[in-house]
Design a protein around this ligand. Sequence first.
Ligand code: GLC
Length: 531
Amino acid sequence: MVLSRRGSGSITLASGQTLAIHTRTHDEEDLPHATKKTMADHLRKYESRCVVHLQFRVSTNPKARSSFTLTPQRMRMIVEAFKDTLELGLAKPDQVVLCHVSLRPCRFITNAVPMIPTFVFGFPTGQEQGDYLAVDLGGTNLRVCLVYVQGEGKFEITQTKYRLTEEQKQDDGQKLFDFCAECLKTFIDNNLEADHRLNPGETLPLGFTFSYPCFQTKIDHGELIRWTKGFGVTNTEGRDVAEMFRKSLAKYELPVTLTALINDTTGTLIASHYVNPKTKIACIFGTGCNAAYMEHVVDIPKIKNLGIDDTADMAINCEWGAFDSFDHEHLPRTKYDTIVDETSNKPGEQAFEKLISGRYLGEILRLVICELIDEGVLFLGQNTYKLENPYVFDTAFLSLMESDPTDELLMIIGIFSHFFAVETTLAERQFFRALAKLIGRRAARLSACGIAAIVSKMGYLEEGCAVGADGSLYNKYPGFADRIHEGLVDIFGEKGRNIVTYHAEDGSGVGSAIIAAMTKARRNAGLYVHL
Ligand code: GLC
């Protein structure tokens, strides 16, 4: 038994399981807390380059090392591997196989990062105009917008948001699309028919932002490759989600025409370029994490057979969250990351996203805390059951902990006492804050690696470029953008300063509307399928 203080300690059972023990008597009132030194020692462990998977403890292979700290050298190795993966994704065609469960033909994605051609051809001219509807099905909310695109980078937007329940995220697909159609109906009744903005018999073009990987052969179709971000909606993977949504739109007799199916990153790329033409890349750092950029058709070997004009450009939805999935060869994963992965509804998948996105960061921190509780280091004698439920530690708590301006870290006191009913000491709070910083900083530096891979593949470093970024992590996590910029300098040296991220224009509302407008213009010019 390792005694960490009087009356407290931990024992390791023959099974390898650790049990924390604390004995308190009737006349002891104070709860035992870890000392400042204990917390500092633990922090060093998570910072050091050698906190590793047990099986790798003695390995000298740099790939095998993993901690929350990323050195510039390690980042450059990741960028190289990332770049190769992007190239491979553009080259290797996908295969269609028979799904062994449903026996329906389904797409077998042979590339870890699918690099999906979006059939969005080139950037907007800036002259796009008109009223467009947009429905945005993201990771957390459903949003419905009416966008009045005015040209010359101007627009006006009216929107409503609906929160998705956990049940809806696991229920039947057609039911989910019916819910989207029902919300759209309420919105139209309140905003369009009331304003008499729609004449009888007239339909409005609708851009549908569906922020999951979809295989596309046309702008208004898309087969869901796989759900991400914890969604497990049934009867949808392998099916055309645009078609499913159209069925729901017809059921509610809505006066709309689904013109474009887009990913949030593609929408962000187009919307950001519309207001800032220096934008060449768009990223989302929210519940999920992904990027899009504009590629030369001639450099997308896997669509050569379509006969698209070689001089055209097409936006690519990278789905980079899938980088290093299954093989786990390149990214430094701690044992907490492995647990997050293995206990998720999609083990092995979205390896990059699971180290970065808002859905997972809080959970990573919670797992570290739970380990220290089990080892008898934290919260001895206190009831910690509230901390023991997966995903209860919201990533927003990490943001709040990092931005706590008080010496006493009052915000952190509040989080732990209010949400988890446990008391903390200043030393523990400083430890939690430092841990949040390690996890948040790693996420930003890995994001820099992804951006650097696209920059380097496209040769944007010398002339520089703007990167439109959106999502709760980017917008609300203190210092996230600065840490990305710092990471870019670590990767590229001083030239890294040529790459600047900025808060993007609303991709799933404005971007989707502009893409719907671009598509309408192409259709009118007789260019529906491709150039
Ligand atoms: C997930 C989705 C992707 C989306 C991203 C950000 O990675 O697979 O399509 O762009 O989240 O929302």
